[in-house]
Design a protein around this ligand. Structure first.
Ligand code: COA
Length: 219
């Protein structure tokens, strides 16, 4: 059985900007179209990254190593007039989520984890609706949205998804704090926490680990 990597999600700040640029420049034209709605040239991607305001928006990242950012989730707080009309949504408490994962790291749950972290962050900030927009052909993104229980509206080959969020509680606040602390520690230790987690898992359930080792030995 293939094991997904341990994923630590860290809130990004100014010092991460150069690594964010590398991440976005590493996306293919097709991925840029899915992420930004157009296959932006490198100059436009650079402009976009330079314009990110860390005081206004919240950005999350997954580092594979100190210099390699393999996933970026961006929570933006759109102006009410830029949101599609919806009866239930209180526009002043909506955040829009955009995400990208580097091609070699896909299908390992990184996108899902970034979404989950964004959702709990919004909840803890008293945002009541998380919103996504993507092409109707974007299977992985729709898969993430459906798994989270988003309400999906399809129209003219595009999709709007809305997730209603509950009020924060001590567990949601504790969970986010714990995730952030683990990610900061992992980054400081340069990925060593991931190795430690694998080692701990091996001790907790050696049978599972041996089974996965045996099955992977056959490939
Ligand atoms: C969308 C994206 C972020 C998903 O990242 P990811 O890390 O590969 O996602 P996950 O591994 O968490 O997979 C999420 C789900 O989609 C499914 N999935 C992933 N790729 C798929 C594909 N090509 N076709 C069908 N399903 C797919 C996975 O099986 C998983 O579902 P499961 O948990 O039920 O197995 C990534 O594909 C990407 O960066 N795409 C380009 C940018 C983009 O489209 N951004 C979204 C719009 S803002």
């Amino acid at each position: 059985m293939k094991e997904d990597p341990v994923v630590f999600i860290k809130e990004l700040s100014e010092q991460d900007r150069p690594f964010m640029l590398n991440h976005f420049l590493g996306l293919s034209p097709a991925d840029r179209r899915l992420r930004f709605g157009a296959a932006l040239p490198d100059e436009a991607v650079t402009k976009y990254v330079n314009a990110i305001d860390f005081n206004r928006d919240t950005i999350f990242g997954v580092y594979e190593s100190t210099f390699n950012l393999v996933g970026v989730g961006h929570l933006a707080f759109p102006l009410p007039e830029n949101l599609p009309p919806s009866e239930d949504v209180q526009p002043n408490r909506v955040a829009e989520f955009g995400v990208s994962v580097s091609a070699p790291m896909r299908r390992k749950n990184v996108g899902t984890k970034l979404f989950d972290r964004a959702a709990i962050h919004c909840r803890n900030k008293h945002i009541n609706t998380l919103y996504i927009h993507c092409l109707a052909s974007n299977r992985p993104m729709i898969c993430i949205a459906e798994k989270a229980g988003m309400e999906i509206h399809k129209d003219h080959g595009e999709v709007d998804g809305y997730l209603k969020l509950p009020h924060p509680d001590t567990d949601s606040i504790r969970q986010e704090n714990a995730e952030e602390r683990a990610a900061i520690l992992d980054y400081a230790l340069n990925g060593k926490m991931k190795e430690a987690m694998k080692w701990i898992k091996r001790i907790i359930s050696p049978e599972k680990h041996d089974a996965s080792k045996t099955s992977s030995d056959h490939h």
